[in-house]
Design a protein around this ligand. Structure first.
Ligand code: BGC
Length: 775
């Protein structure tokens, strides 16, 4: 059962609009959350929604995916194999700043007399817009209209159109366009381990600074990780009023001050073009040149072109990815689109990087990549933007060598992917809820196989997927053992499953089942390649030193895998000991003591039957074929009561399973909880919960529409009470539209030459132009 009901902010401030998230009045109380909600990002570059004028602000943030500083992880007591290097995404120089002064009076929203205010994230245009009418203490009425975007087309580019009109008087107007370095933020892991590590030292040092006309380019290098970046700004000022400009730049950043003799009713339009280029290597000079070339191009093409390209990119995205629900729920529709929009903002141009747990909306979780990518975000990408799914898996492949090293460091064969990382090195300092989550290996394998099954991209398997399957399977075979005390069954000990409230256990059901799949996948891939793709097979053997007998070992381990089952209660224990623990006293735990991790010593939590997030329940979703419906019901009922939902990764999965076992009310409230995770402010000031957004998409597609896709076979068990639901899926290069309406469902093959799917137990052969309707 849901432990806390999500509550949306009031409609009077945040009215319902299907395609925009709108704020109708300046709302200081929602400021920290709103900075997250109004972030603009393209997956490479992200800018939190703080105001151009610099304040009031909770926390300014400009991030480039993967651009990070390192620091030695301090341990009071060190042990062999502990992770050594912390990594934190850097907060870059803030180039969005445009301060406004009218007759020397600063425009400061916190103190300004506002005659009107509106800002909106337009999810079709891909822009953050604002329109404010300000009356200065001297009675000047000043209209400020701005538009901000981070371009999907030009991944290194952000731009701001900032337009000021003094309506009723002449005035001396100043626009100070700046690049500002914010001191390291006060996020402190002592208060909340999920926040970013507060690097108190200066992260960036200035290496180069140049300026000409209305352009400044600054080059920086991080102190420890040695990464470099260039940040460039350029401007176009359009107005009929007379103006002058002064610029200075250097150690403090940059400042271009436009002084304008504003005349009543004459707009002053400043367009600011911003570019960030980054490198892992010492390349400041080259990056500055690149920044210059980018600015040459985008300034010549103009803001309008950026807007057009943005719209075109998003039109295409929405065509593939939109989910439409009944017009009776416009608020939910709006929230759903906001979730989907955040997903493309996190993934669109991530290109060769991973997808951070918070996307590019904050430094929380240090900007790290977790298993969230494969289990929570990848399904959405596979079915709506397969090329982006491939990018995610390619990123994993790019860190395979580091995963091999990591396996050696923890005394195992094969590869162990880091629980959390940016660079590929393990950055988790708390092994019990970190490194011990070996299940991340199986998540990668699961993602690869789902991607290949659904997209049909066998080349990916041949070129890099199989290699990851081999190395992850090797890890499992080496980690587990055939236990004489368990009748020769293959057991995996001292690991942590997804539920971080129960750690370092024996035979975590989820882990064993997922490892079994991983072992099978690897054996199948190797056999298949040996038979059908001998060249690739030879290359694989060369790269991995594969011995043909290994696949037999993996099969044996998979067949003999021990899966805990308690005959007495007829449920799958979460691990060998879980059912022996005392149950948590939920009744005696006041609401303000959640999340438990912030109020109880880990050992207190570990000693109880209490769950942070779906564990057996997640296994029942990902590996549905391994459980009978009756087992699913019993397991669900048992674990649901013990689940706090202290992790945002839980509600969506509980929703899917609740739908499957027929607890419709629960299912819907979990789905709504996942959907509203950030908009109803469950810690949204610290960034978006990207996994929950991918989970929301899954909650609709796997939950409401009942999709199951084990082995690439698509079966729908649509929920019968749905008023209206429409979405599209891309399957093996074909486009399938699913439309549910008052108890009936229509499957329409919009593109492609034939697709087989199952509706409940019935096999359907879909052909283009011949929709099939069922109830
Ligand atoms: C969850 C993990 C998750 C991480 C990042 C933690 O709270 O327990 O499963 O990977 O957050 O989202």
């Amino acid at each position: 059962m849901l432990k806390h009901e999500p509550v949306l902010p009031p409609e009077i401030i945040y009215p319902i609009e299907e395609w925009r998230w709108v704020e109708k009045s300046f709302a200081p109380g929602f400021l920290p959350q709103a900075e997250t909600v109004f972030t603009v990002s393209n997956g490479y570059l992200g800018i939190r929604g703080a105001f151009e004028e610099g304040g009031p602000a909770f926390r300014h943030g400009t991030f480039v995916n993967g651009f990070h500083e390192t620091w030695p992880i301090p341990y009071g007591e060190w042990a062999f194999g502990f992770a050594t290097t912390g990594q934190t995404i850097a907060n870059l120089p803030d180039a969005k700043i445009i301060r406004l002064y009218v007759d020397d009076e600063p425009f400061d929203l916190a103190n300004a007399r506002l005659l009107s205010f509106e800002r909106a994230l337009d999810m079709r245009a891909g822009t953050l817009e604002r329109r404010v009418l300000w009356e200065t203490p001297a009675g000047r009425q000043v209209l400020v209209e701005s538009q901000r975007l981070v371009s999907f087309q030009e991944k290194h580019v952000a731009a701001i159109s900032y337009r000021v009109t003094v309506l009723n008087a002449k005035a001396a107007l100043v626009l100070s366009s700046e690049v500002v370095e914010h001191l390291p933020t006060g996020q402190d892991v002592k208060d909340d381990p999920r926040l970013a590590h507060a690097t108190m030292d200066r992260v960036l040092s200035l290496q180069a600074a140049e300026g000409k006309d209305r352009r400044v380019i600054l080059g920086y290098r991080t102190t420890r990780s040695g990464m470099t970046m260039a940040c460039g700004i350029d401007h176009v000022l359009e107005t009929d009023c007379t103006w002058t400009m002064k610029a200075d730049w250097g150690g403090h950043g940059a400042r271009l001050v436009f002084s304008v003799d504003a005349e009543p009713g004459k707009p002053i339009a400043l367009t600011k073009y911003i570019t960030h280029h980054t490198s892992r290597d010492d390349k400041t000079a080259e990056l500055c040149l690149r920044a210059g070339r980018t600015l040459d191009r985008v300034v010549a093409e103009g803001f309008g072109r950026l807007l057009d390209d943005q719209r075109a990119y998003l039109d295409d995205f929405w065509h593939r990815s939109d989910i439409q629900i009944s017009s009776r729920h416009p608020r939910m529709q709006q929230c759903l689109r906001w979730n989907l929009f955040q997903l493309i903002q996190a993934c669109g141009r991530a290109d060769r990087a991973g997808i951070a747990a918070k996307g590019l909306t904050s430094q929380t979780y240090d900007g790290h990549y977790f298993w969230d990518m494969e289990i929570y975000v990848l399904p959405f990408l596979i079915y709506t933007s397969p090329s982006l799914a491939r990018n995610v898996l390619r990123f994993r492949y790019s860190i395979l060598d580091k995963a091999r090293e990591r396996a050696r460091a923890v005394g195992q064969k094969g590869a162990l992917f880091p629980w959390r990382t940016i660079s590929g090195d393990e950055a988790s300092a708390y092994y019990a809820a970190g490194t011990a989550q070996y299940h991340i290996n199986a998540a990668v394998a699961h993602g690869i196989v789902k991607y290949v099954d659904v997209t049909g991209d066998r080349n990916f398997l041949l070129e890099c997927g199989a290699e990851m399957l081999v190395e992850t399977a090797r890890l499992w075979f080496d980690l587990g053992f055939f236990s004489p005390r368990r009748d020769g069954r293959f057991c995996i000990h001292r690991v942590t499953g997804p539920d971080e409230y129960t750690t370092v256990v024996n035979n975590n059901t989820y882990t064993n089942l997922m490892a079994r799949d991983n072992l099978r996948f690897a054996a199948d891939a190797v056999d298949d390649m040996r038979q059908h793709s001998p060249d690739h097979y030879r290359a694989l053997v060369l790269r991995t030193g594969l011995d043909p007998a290994e696949a037999d070992d993996w099969r044996r381990a998979a067949e003999r895998m021990y899966v805990p089952f308690d005959e007495r209660s007829q449920i799958h224990p979460q691990d060998d000991d879980f059912l022996d623990l005392k149950k948590w006293d939920f009744e005696g735990t006041p609401r303000d003591q959640y999340p438990l991790l912030l109020h109880f010593h880990p050992l207190v939590i570990y000693r109880h039957q209490v769950i942070k997030q779906a564990d057996v329940v997640l296994a029942m979703f990902l590996l549905g074929n391994e459980f009978t419906l009756e087992q699913k019901r019993r397991n669900f009922d048992y674990y649901d009561e013990l689940t706090t939902g202290d992790s945002s990764l839980s509600a969506c999965i509980q929703s899917i399973l609740a739908f499957e076992v027929g607890h419709d009310e629960h299912a819907i409230s979990y789905l709504i909880s996942a959907l509203l995770m950030d908009l109803a402010d469950v810690g949204a000031r610290d960034g978006c919960h990207i996994a929950s957004m991918g989970g929301t998409w899954m909650g609709v597609v796997y939950g409401v529409a009942g999709l199951r896709d084990n082995g690439g076979r698509l079966t729908f068990q649509p929920h019968r009470q749905v008023q209206a639901l429409r979405f599209r899926l891309s399957v093996r290069g074909q486009q399938l539209a699913v439309e549910m309406e008052s108890g009936s469902v229509t499957y329409r093959l919009e593109q492609g030459d034939g697709l087989t799917i199952w509706h409940r137990d019935e096999r359907l052969e879909l052909q283009p132009g011949r929709p099939v309707q069922r109830s």
